[in-house]
Design a protein around this ligand. Sequence first.
Ligand code: PXG
Length: 292
Amino acid sequence: MGLKIYLDGAFVDEEEAKVSVFDHGVLYGDGIFEGIRAYNGRVFKLNEHVDRLFNGSRAIMLEPPVSKEEMKEIVLETLRRNSLKDAYIRLVVTRGKGDLGLDPDKCPKPTLFCIAAGIQMYPEELYENGLEVVTVPTRRNTPETVNPQMKSLNYLNSIMAKLEAKLAGVEEAIMINNEGYVAEATGDNIFIIRKGRLVTPPAFLGILEGVTRNTVMELAEKRNIPVEEKVFTRYDVYSADECFLTGTAAEVIPVTKVDGRTIGSGKPGEITRTLIQDYKELTKSTGTEIFL
Ligand code: PXG
């Protein structure tokens, strides 16, 4: 059975959920999106995701067609209409239909859609043994260009990096910025652990300030594991005791090889394993009720 999709004020069948070829989201990647998860009948960190969507929209001067409260209700109602308790949710606001020019002022009405679907996760084996990643030639775009802090519909920067990782025979890339500092993965944030301290790049470096990243930082602090937002280079990754990535889809995933260098013991480290468990517990026990 097909999915029910929220599109511009109505729920439509998957086959009917279509946007115009004149939509500037399609023509120019002019829009903002979110990726959200629901676990066991609750939406995890819904406020944080909706806040980030609105912040990005404000930065590109795109006014979402509904309020924050209405946006949250759209997410919950999409889950209800599809009877989904566990899901991956994609929420998208585009500039809407315009003419063939760039001018956003010629797009009178933003397009809003919400998709809730099943989740495709990395295989369990990777959580036990760790992921292999490489650094890639494509640099993370700098905050002065399309700031990665906005979850914009233009993901070509990440997609180029993903292609380069796959060409190198692995599934995920670590992106470096123009100054040589480690930024993030293509759709995940990065952490390293040295001498019991968690280190992750600061948001101003030009990364998406991940909801999972911020959650993991809080979980570490609860366990009295020191957390620092600090710039670091590839060398610091190669010589780290542990490394992991965070993201809504991947959750917390250990990294055990980077550019052919084995990280730490070559197995997911103790702190990483603890945070994987803590994160799982939190997703199970908190979130906005869907009331299916
Ligand atoms: N960095 C980037 C560039 C992202 O796109 C994250 C970090 C993690 O953020 P959250 O808030 O999810 O902890 C993202 C997440 C995917 C996928 O299929 C992931 C993202 C977007 C699109 C697809 O893994 N974003």
